[in-house]
Design a protein around this ligand. Structure first.
Ligand SMILES: [Zn+2]
Length: 489
């Protein structure tokens, strides 16, 4: 069912770009790989990046979740984990671009869902390939499809269309495991990226995982089909779900999201087991993160991400393991950003960390062990501007000008919301006292509002000054098409 649904809704938009796309499984630059660059090191270590789409930090065991997630947790328990890591934008294109480049989306240029990651961006794969590594990616997500720029630097980039459906975690693991087993022992060092999609809407876990979060055995039911058919209007569900779903249905959907989290953890567990069996777990530099979270009813936003800037969609797990460098159980507090992942992974693997990245190298802090604090205190967040639904009651201004901006400064967060030409609503939250962002302090005369507003102005001006301005990189600028990007109607 799900495969048919995605194929139908996405067919029109994919067709127009098909002629320009690379084959779905591609081998890139084999000639360039031979004799290009010198190995980092010595000795070069394998580097493995595992990302899970739409995984909220509070659904991860290390973050205190009641859900058992031993496979995600292994990366942090045996290395370091960030208690408060954040996505720059709560969408895949923007956040994954930041993971791969160490740049804020306004710097790497993929700042709208479905946009292309420009050639000017330099990915981790390109850097490792230049260093003599073999590079491979096993991916699932339509906006990361070959031709969208995320394949830059990969010798092998596999993201076949049948895997753009939700139940793909075990397929992705299977292909990555087969690739690992096929590699000759003692071959070139490698950079491997595996990306999972299952916790993304629709929430339709396999029955054995559905039963783990819903002992009644009711399972996913037909909600996804009702949304797809229009019987439950998608936009109305996103912003006013209680008007179209019963409390029991809302609860059931949330349980199925949790089941998808467990399903993906099981698939990651198979990958971890293979890495251990083949001797890579102890030898490699390993990174684990999600690209963004998911709103599950907070702030009247249901089963989505990308249109608001609350921490339900910005707070992400981020973990790093590097045996012999990071003491097990290291915890890093403070403001950690997805942009920090790339420079830190490069440093841990002995590769040069390029100057000019937005992200900072956390390796010197992580090597201390115990509980350490991030050297950066601020993060700038933005909402998407391409996939914005008409039903959103809080986005009265269209396009780029309608984007929400937010500045996180320590435990304070200012959100600026355009409501008309030159007019903004503001929200200020003390995240230490109010992590749910329910008490708006902006109108209370707090001096912090003005201070954060000025700081956001400075930081955003700097980001925009350096941002690529060529909208030609927008692979799919048609909003009507973007509305159907893997999300149903
Ligand atoms: Zn995503």
């Amino acid at each position: 069912m799900r495969a048919q649904r995605y194929t139908r809704t996405l067919g029109a938009r994919v067709t127009s770009a098909r002629s320009a796309l690379l084959p779905l499984v591609i081998t890139l630059g084999a000639a360039a790989a031979a004799g290009c660059g010198a190995l980092f090191g010595p000795p070069p270590r394998p580097v493995i990046l595992v990302t899970v789409d739409t995984l909220r930090a509070d659904r991860v065991g290390l973050h205190g979740s009641a859900l058992p997630t031993p496979s995600y947790d292994a990366f942090g328990r045996e290395g370091a984990w960030a208690s408060t890591a954040f996505a720059p934008f709560p969408r895949t294109t923007q956040a994954v671009g930041s993971i791969l480049t160490g740049q804020h989306p306004l710097r790497h240029g993929g700042d709208g869902l479905g946009m292309r990651l420009p050639e000017s961006a330099t990915t981790l794969a390109e850097r490792y390939k230049e260093g003599g590594y073999e590079t491979a990616a096993f991916i699932t997500n339509i906006v990361l499809q070959p031709g969208f720029g995320f394949e830059q630097g990969f010798d092998l980039f596999s993201n076949p269309e049948p895997r753009w459906v939700g139940d793909s975690a075990f397929s992705v693991t299977g292909e990555a495991v087969a690739w690992l087993r096929s590699r000759p022992k003692g071959g070139k060092p490698f950079f491997l990226w595996v990306h999972y999609l299952d916790p993304h809407w629709s929430y339709e876990p396999r029955p054995e995982f559905a039963r783990r979060t819903d002992p009644s055995g009711a399972g996913a039911g037909d909600l996804a089909q009702r949304v797809e058919s229009g019987a439950v209007p998608w936009g109305q569900m996103l912003f006013d779900a209680p008007s179209v779903l019963t409390p029991a249905e809302l609860e059931q959907a949330t349980r199925m999201y949790d089941a998808e989290v467990l399903q993906t953890d099981a698939a990651v567990g198979q990958l971890v087991a293979t890495l251990k069996e083949l001797g890579y777990w102890d030898d490699a530099v390993l990174a684990f993160a999600s690209d963004h979270g998911e709103s599950l009813g907070e702030h009247d936003y249901w089963f989505g991400h990308g249109e608001y800037l609350y921490d339900t969609t910005l707070h992400v797990p981020l973990m790093l393991r590097a045996a012999g460098q990071i003491p097990p159980g290291t915890r890093i507090d403070g403001v950690v950003r997805l942009e920090d992942l790339a420079p830190t992974v490069l440093a841990l693997s002995g590769a040069p960390v390029p100057a000019g990245l937005d992200g900072v190298d956390l390796a010197p802090f992580l090597r201390r062990g115990g509980t350490v604090t991030s050297p950066r205190a601020t993060a700038v967040h933005l909402t998407d501007h391409l996939l914005v639904r008409n039903e959103n009651p809080r986005r009265p201004v269209a396009g780029r000008e309608g984007r929400w901006w937010a500045l996180r400064d320590g435990t304070l967060k200012l959100i600026r919301i355009p409501v008309g030409p030159g007019a903004w609503d503001e929200e200020l939250y003390d995240l230490a006292a109010d992590p749910g962002e329910t008490v708006n302090l902006a109108g209370t005369g707090s001096a912090d509002t003005e201070r954060l507003r000025r700081l956001l102005q400075t930081l955003s001006t700097d980001l925009l000054k350096n941002a690529p301005t060529d909208d030609g990189v927008e692979t799919h600028p048609d909003p009507d098409r973007l509305r159907s990007l893997g999300y149903a109607r």
